[in-house]
Design a protein around this ligand. Sequence first.
Ligand SMILES: NC(=O)c1ccc[n+]([C@@H]2O[C@H](COP(=O)([O-])OP(=O)(O)OC[C@H]3O[C@@H](n4cnc5c(N)ncnc54)[C@H](O)[C@@H]3O)[C@@H](O)[C@H]2O)c1
Length: 266
Amino acid sequence: MEVGVVGLGAIGRQLCRALDEGIAGLHLAGATARDREKAERFLKSLGSPAPFLSLDALVRASDLVIEASTQAHLRDEIAPRTLEAGKDLVVLSCGGLIGRQDWIDLAASRGCRIYVPSAAIAGLDGVKGARIGAIESVTMETRKPPRGLAGAPWIESQRIDLDAITRETLIFEGTATEACRAFPANVNVVAALSLAGIGPERTRIRIFASPEQPLNRHRITVQGEFGRLTVEIENVPSENPRTGKLSYLSTIAFLKDLFATLRVGT
Ligand SMILES: NC(=O)c1ccc[n+]([C@@H]2O[C@H](COP(=O)([O-])OP(=O)(O)OC[C@H]3O[C@@H](n4cnc5c(N)ncnc54)[C@H](O)[C@@H]3O)[C@@H](O)[C@H]2O)c1
């Protein structure tokens, strides 16, 4: 299977390296990014140098396109072009999938699939199992250092002075849908959780600015017929302070699973 990578940041570069080192059944067809010169330098550094391609050429050359770019790029170019061409799509900026039933319909009509790796969160296997039965509630608490929330529309509109926060403070509470509007760059995790579970209207999140600790922490609680599930994760940042290492490690594991003979976990 030919794989194209869109975006060569913290996630995209690690995926290219892993594909270059070898993942059964997969071959790196090429990549695209905003800064061509920098991207070409990186792609030439691989053991088997891969070409820099325009998005359209990359989609043509690929069976599977991995989006590791931005929600805006996903919305405006990557999803429409990839799905229209009938190619499978892996989405990292999955906050952009909320409310996009049209993309799911388009993929179904073209006979391709949209994949959302667990990325920065864990426990989606349990949530998927739970949702086969009855679920009463899915709630999430996210704690981030205040500067990790800078620039979000909610911070701006509520005029929250992040520098003035000296101890843990609840700054947002709402549904996954509302959180996507309020914090478009911080909500991929709750988007994935809501898509795996009971949807963005019934999934609730509380976001805390927490100056006491440097890591992004998430706690998920699911209550249902199966019992109660709690997952807690502390993410060590990658070279992009907003992206945890687990985001690309999990995506590499997802790619390894595509052609694995023994596949463990839901
Ligand atoms: N699902 C999750 O749990 C999860 C976890 C971490 C990050 N993410 C998301 O994954 C995405 C990638 O994360 P990252 O840390 O690698 O980001 P990054 O900022 O390090 O890299 C983004 C890359 O996309 C490229 N890019 C952006 N807009 C482009 C455009 N219009 N045309 C061409 N290239 C473009 C940039 O050049 C860059 O190479 C982000 O949207 C991030 O929010 C999701």
